[in-house]
Design a protein. Structure first.
Length: 82
């Protein structure tokens, strides 16, 4: 499948996913299909706790993989600005 078709397929599937879990599942499928990253590699980072005394940040990431934090939003219009 051409790369643009893969991306279009996953964008369509993401738009149909109406929960964090659904969006995470579509994203993990994209990572598997494009980068050959298996679900077993992602599992330890699901809902990972984060915290930094230096930056004053604490909470949970929807997905932490290596040094990358992924946050999935259901509706950006509902997100509040700091």
């Amino acid at each position: 499948m051409p790369p643009d078709s893969i991306l279009i397929k996953h964008i369509w599937a993401t738009n149909r996913a109406h929960s964090h879990e659904g969006k995470r599942a579509v994203f993990s499928d994209l990572l598997r299909e494009v980068f050959k990253i298996g679900l077993e590699e992602l599992l330890p980072g699901i809902e990972a706790k984060l915290g930094s005394k230096i930056w004053g940040v604490k909470g949970r990431a929807d997905l932490l993989f290596s040094n990358v934090v992924f946050e999935f939003k259901l509706n950006l219009r509902d997100e509040k600005s700091p």
